[in-house]
Write a protein that binds this ligand. Structure first.
Ligand SMILES: [Zn+2]
Length: 344
């Protein structure tokens, strides 16, 4: 995700302008006319399966052991194969989207691949959960200038999101979810250089996904996972997400509160330019579940100043945080959303 904050408000206006006045903003007090999907009957909830946070943590270590997952590198290829192999154990509906995008050097072509796994494919009540799996090629926020051209190990950004989603897939295999869930592992999120091209070379995988998705693929909403593993993570509602999907934000943070999760707080977090923006622009209400204060290193804790540096390592992360995020998502999918999704 991008550091540049000045562009944020402008982008939000552009995103909102493309929706028309208020037509995507959900308002629980003044619900708009009910769309067809909202009239669907509630689905019976199911028992919530457990989330194996230790196994998820190992998936972070595995990814980091491959090396930085920079596009066109062996580590990138190895991690793509790892994600594919793990998903193949859990779903028959796994598909790859391969595409190319120009790099920064003359003639350079990035070979990129999105991976999509679907669960309960026949359900019309669907949600999309996504994360990126590529690593940033430049640790341009590293305090040591000598490191700034080195790639980011990317344990948290976004090895943590990949790990949570792989563990979700394992639970879905054993306990098919009552609603439809699509897991998108997208590529090329973190390729942009802030000082060169603002957002042109960010979010490449999601931009491709929305450009090529079938017109009848309309998930009710999307939840983006980004940097969800820090020991001292703080997850707050992110402003673009609130604009785009306020009722989903309420559902997520309300569920976190009722579960007594310690890393979630309802105060407003910083605005983040991330993979949810192209989805919002494509008309899919989207929430970025992100430890937003890591971005730009605005935190005071020196242990939490590793965003886009060579210090984005597993030592800063904990299974406990992954466990909270996993428990939250599984509770939503098996217990809350079957009842609530028709009205969100
Ligand atoms: Zn990043």
């Amino acid at each position: 995700m991008s550091f540049s904050r000045k562009l944020s408000f402008l982008l939000l206006l552009v995103a909102l302008a493309s929706f028309g006045p208020g037509c995507k903003k959900k308002d629980q007090d003044n619900p708009p006319e009910q769309p067809a999907a909202a009239q669907a009957p509630a689905i019976p909830p199911q028992p919530v399966p457990p989330f194996d946070a230790e196994r998820a943590f190992k998936d972070i270590e595995t990814q980091v052991s491959h090396g930085p997952r920079v596009p066109n590198s062996a580590a990138h290829e190895k991690t793509l194969a790892f994600i594919q192999a793990e998903l193949a154990k859990c779903s028959k509906d796994v598909s790859l989207q391969s595409f190319t995008s120009p790099g920064y050097k003359p003639g350079e072509v990035l070979k990129l691949t999105n991976v999509l796994a679907s669960f309960n494919p026949s359900s019309t009540q669907r949600i999309l959960i996504l994360t990126h799996y590529d690593s940033r090629p430049w640790a341009d926020q590293d305090p040591n200038k000598a490191n700034q051209e080195k790639p980011v190990p990317a344990a948290n950004d976004a090895g943590s999101g990949v790990a949570v989603m792989l563990e979700l897939a394992r639970q879905f295999k054993n306990n098919p979810p009552p609603i439809g869930v699509d897991l998108l592992f997208d590529d090329g999120e973190d390729y942009g250089k802030d000082k060169v091209d603002s957002l042109e070379k960010y979010f490449l995988g999601v931009k491709y996904f929305v450009k090529t998705k079938p017109s009848n693929y309309t998930p009710r909403f999307a939840i983006l996972l980004d940097m969800v593993g820090d020991k001292n993570a703080l997850f707050e509602p992110e402003p673009y997400s609130v604009q785009s999907a306020s009722s989903v934000v309420s559902e997520i943070w309300g569920t976190a509160r009722s579960l007594g999760l310690t890393h979630f707080r309802s105060s407003q977090g910083p605005g983040i330019e991330d993979d949810h923006l192209p989805l919002i622009q494509a008309g899919i209400p989207s929430v970025d579940l992100i430890d937003g204060h890591l971005v730009g290193a605005t935190v005071t804790d020196p242990e939490r100043k590793y965003w886009h540096t060579t210090d984005d390592l597993p030592k800063h992360l904990s299974p406990a945080t992954l466990g909270e995020v996993g428990k939250l998502l599984l509770t939503l999918i098996y217990d809350r959303l079957p009842r609530d999704i028709p009205t969100l």
